[in-house]
Design a protein around this ligand. Structure first.
Ligand code: ADP
Ligand code: SF4
Ligand code: MG
Length: 376
């Protein structure tokens, strides 16, 4: 008999296209063997379709970077990683270090928060860009330099020809991040992971960098995983959002749904902590309480100590990700948890993908439902 809900942490039929998803992550777990065991990522599963731009959002320490670095097997030796990561049909967990190096440059591009860490301070920007082009496109020295100038110009660096001979410290923070993005996209990777790419930049530059990422990934149908602690960042750029808390994905849906019908109390709290331009706020609202200690996983829902909607069972049972039937949700008089789809649910790409939430008592959407159905 089919189970009425998916296993904890399972994302059901997320973004598979007719010919399969580009990236398929199943039961990914990361544990750091530090002084104590740090359970950074706990049985996370999701799919990313070709050309999809997906946000991964959560507070600092929720496991976003550990989960992303695990995809490209970039974690230190003392990290235990389990699960499978399939990129374009290849299980990355089975590749040798040498094979992985090729995949990392060619198929997965990564942009980190601090552009300095991705650039060599003693080489000019032009040399570094040309090096990437020579390696991945097998260009000669002169052709690589010519393309480097084009590439730098295409990511919005003015006077690109002249600026090729600058060193990283001669670039502003925003320009450095543009150069790093140019290097990451030069080999035309199928997947771009941008881990807090705008966090170190000031607000106006942030918007420009997001626009650039949006433009580049849309142009080339690059799949993008945009990681941020700031829900506001994903609004204009992504089609889908996954919200992470304490090493698990707790809500996943279209970006529009996450903004208008957040279904997990943690996502609702993230909304409240967003600055509002329509209300003149004296100070930012923060989420009360602390995330759980990843070295001591407790029983029940990890958000329970901070959750205004908690009910009795939250203290003892960790909720699995469950599908909220969108049509019912919009029209019926309450949450009908008995009609939840199971893990064999219909596979629908991108914007029509199901809205999932890991919560026993989801809050009613703003301006929406007043009644709640019983839990299963
Ligand atoms: N290299 C590491 N060694 C030990 N613990 C780590 C390491 N990297 C991350 N962690 C721990 O793993 C958890 C998740 O971290 P991280 O993935 O960096 O969070 P996020 O990117 O969401 O801020 C945190 O508790 C963090 O302290
Ligand atoms: S399961 Fe319970 S404690 Fe956890 S988020 Fe939902 S209502 Fe809150
Ligand atoms: Mg991080």
């Amino acid at each position: 008999m089919k189970s009425p809900v998916a296993e904890p942490g399972t994302i059901v039929a997320d973004a598979a296209e007719a010919d399969g998803p580009l990236l398929s992550v199943r039961d990914l777990s990361v544990t750091f063997r530090a002084e104590s065991l740090v359970r950074a990522v706990r049985t996370v599963s999701y799919d990313l379709a070709v050309g999809e731009q997906v946000g991964l959002v959560g507070e600092s320490g929720s496991g976003k970077s550990a989960g992303a670095l695990a995809l490209a097997r970039l974690l230190p030796e003392y990290a235990d990683v389990s699960g499978t990561v399939t990129l374009d049909g290849t299980n990355l967990m089975r590749l040798t270090e040498r094979e992985l190096r090729e995949v990392r440059g060619d198929q997965i591009g990564i942009v980190y928060q601090d552009p300095f860490s991705s650039l060599n301070p003693v080489l000019t920007i032009g040399k570094q860009l040309a090096e990437v082009l020579r390696k991945h496109k097998r260009l000669g020295a002169r052709a690589a330099r010519r393309q480097a100038a084009q590439l730098l110009g295409s990511v919005g660096v003015p006077n690109a020809d002249d600026r090729l001979s600058d060193y990283p410290h001669q670039f502003s923070g925003g320009m450095r991040q543009r150069a790093v993005i140019a290097m990451a996209v030069a080999p035309r990777p199928a997947l771009l992971i941008a881990d807090e790419p705008t966090t170190a930049l000031d607000v106006t530059v942030q918007a420009q960098i997001l626009e650039l990422l949006d433009e580049l990934t849309s142009q080339h149908r690059t799949t993008m995983l945009l990681i941020t602690h700031d829900l506001g960042v994903v609004a204009g750029v992504t089609q889908r959002v996954m919200v992470m808390y304490a090493g698990r994905i707790v809500e996943s849906s279209t970006t529009a749904d996450v903004f208008t019908r957040a279904s997990h109390p943690y996502t609702v709290a993230l909304h409240r902590s967003l600055p509002r331009i329509d209300l003149r706020q004296e100070r930012l609202v923060t989420i009360e309480g602390q995330p759980p200690d990843p070295t001591r996983p407790a029983e029940g829902c990890p958000f329970a100590p901070r959750c205004p909607s908690r009910i009795d069972r939250c203290a003892t049972e960790d909720p699995p990700l469950m599908t909220i039937p969108t049509a019912r949700r919009a029209t019926a008089g309450g949450w009908n948890m008995t009609s939840i789809q199971d893990a064999d649910g219909v596979q629908v790409p991108g914007p029509a993908s199901p809205h999932l939430t890991a919560c026993w008592n989801p809050p009613a959407p703003v301006g929406g439902l007043s009644e709640r159905g019983s839990t299963p």
